[in-house]
Design a protein around this ligand. Structure first.
Ligand SMILES: Nc1ncnc2c1ncn2[C@@H]1O[C@H](COP(=O)(O)OP(=O)(O)OP(=O)(O)O)[C@@H](O)[C@H]1O
Ligand SMILES: [Mg+2]
Length: 175
């Protein structure tokens, strides 16, 4: 099984405006991270759960330990694809292919269209073919709803590895 390349010490390089700590990640999920890193659980990780349960920050905490990592929401990648020249888009996919870990967040947040479908499908295939499937996919939806919103082919790829439900209250309102 593919192994995530790690750095000696965690370092925050993505989304610097989002403070986070692994000590604030659900213990069971930290355990799953350990298994993934050790090659004892299969990639990719599909992280699903309600709004504010801590999915994005948890994924970023693992990315901080990765040798190299990248983050996109489906919308940011779709917008990039729409707004940039083909050469820039090709370069972005190449950049992503070279990353040890990629996070694709907010799957099926907005209504899915042809563009978001193709961006998600491409990401899934690129990670599978070039990066040992080492990726974290994040959604608020229950996995079966992903089959409805996308289709069986994307559902199959998203759920091919480790699926983790991160439940709990909306932590944005916890204070
Ligand atoms: N590991 C963490 N370290 C620090 N704060 C955290 C962590 N996890 C969650 N929080 C707190 O919980 C809030 C929600 O976390 P996060 O944005 O990761 O949730 P989410 O599940 O991605 O939400 P959404 O579904 O809306 O995208 C954060 O704003 C932060 O205050
Ligand atoms: Mg989030």
């Amino acid at each position: 099984m593919a192994k995530l390349r790690l750095r000696d010490r965690p370092e925050r390089r993505l989304l610097l405006g989002l403070p986070r700590g692994m000590n604030q990640v659900d213990r069971r999920l930290v355990d799953v991270f350990r298994q993934l890193v050790a090659g004892e659980a299969p990639w990719p990780l599909l992280l699903h759960g309600p709004v504010g349960s801590g999915k994005t920050r948890a994924a970023l905490c693992l990315a901080d330990f990765a040798d190299t990592a990248a983050y996109h929401s489906v919308d940011s990648l779709s917008d990039f694809t729409m707004q940039r020249q083909p050469g820039d888009v090709a370069a972005e996919w190449e950049r992503l292919a070279g990353k040890a870990l990629v996070i694709l967040d907010e799957l099926a947040q907005r209504r899915t269209n042809e563009l978001t479908y193709s961006v998600v499908k491409r990401m899934l295939d690129e990670r599978e073919f070039h990066a040992g499937n080492i990726a974290i996919y994040i959604t608020n939806l229950e996995p079966p709803a992903l089959a409805e919103i996308f289709d069986d082919r994307i559902f199959s790829r998203l759920t091919a590895g480790t699926v983790f439900p991160l439940d709990g209250p909306d932590r944005r309102h916890a204070r």
